[in-house]
Design a protein around this ligand. Sequence first.
Ligand code: ADP
Ligand code: MG
Length: 318
Amino acid sequence: MPLLEVRELKTYYFTLRGPVKAVDGVSFDVEKGETVGLAGESGCGKTTTALSIIKLIPPPGKIIGGKIIFEGKDLVTMKDSDIRRIRWKGIAMIFQGAMNALNPVFKVGDQIAEAILAHEKNVSEKEAWERAEKLLEMVGIDPSRAQDYPHEFSGGMRQRAMIAMALACNPKLLIADEPATALDVIVQAQVLEVMRNLKTRLNLSMILITHDLSIIAEMCDRVAIMYAGKIVEYGSARDIFKNPQHPYTKGLIGAFPSIRGPKKSLQSIPGSPPNLLNPPPGCRFHPRCPQAMPICRKEEPKVVKLGGGHIVSCHLVG
Ligand SMILES: Nc1ncnc2c1ncn2[C@@H]1O[C@H](COP(=O)(O)OP(=O)(O)O)[C@@H](O)[C@H]1O
Ligand SMILES: [Mg+2]
């Protein structure tokens, strides 16, 4: 049984102008010890998917369908009091832009200790502080720096402190939403290295959200490519990068340089993702698709299984 099973998840934002279909029938699994990448351009529903999994969707957002099975229990129908027990200890999240969310007036160590004290019983303040120091050490920060205030940390250190904080209660699943996006390339590589180490050391399961496919290629076992609220292609990282089938996946791969591969000219996909108040009919990618056919404007493509868990939703395939 996978650690997490997301099935036909639908999360809409009920705005005054109508429902924004941010997540519209999304399914994927996360196995124990596995890192699953959720990739796609900005506005495709990645963050909303993550917030749905920890049940922290801001209003006017609401899960209106589907299941989120974590360790055999459905989080969609679970009581809030039970969800609170799963957050931090079962599933922890590093929020998009989190490194700027540290409180400037408290020591970094105190903030991590506070997270431990808030979520675990029978822990003394001294124990919590010592655990905070250990956590900082685990992300490559000297434990003496627990005494520092956030402004004394560099951007990369603050981001690593947020990773340490997310791991404060030994979660089984870590969701990291664009954990390296605001950092320069060298610092980005350091943060990803820390995450890779943790993954093997703690046998952590991870959902890594990014618009940057070169990060996915470096970090992930499996990949879900998201476009306009739907997963358009899903499979092992190997299948997705060696044998991409969806024109959107191919476009994204063409839009990013590989870290190790030969330099090639980058082509970005013209246009931008649709407004999800009113997504295009048929295949939501058709207005931008270089290979769109008449059927793509009318009929939503079915899921085609290509073997080995590789699936794609595209009229060009199958
Ligand atoms: N609070 C909100 N109210 C209304 N619409 C929202 C809200 N938050 C996000 N959205 C919309 O939901 C869609 C998905 O957003 P998001 O999940 O943030 O995507 P991503 O993380 O892939 O950039 C976008 O069209 C966005 O405009
Ligand atoms: Mg986002």
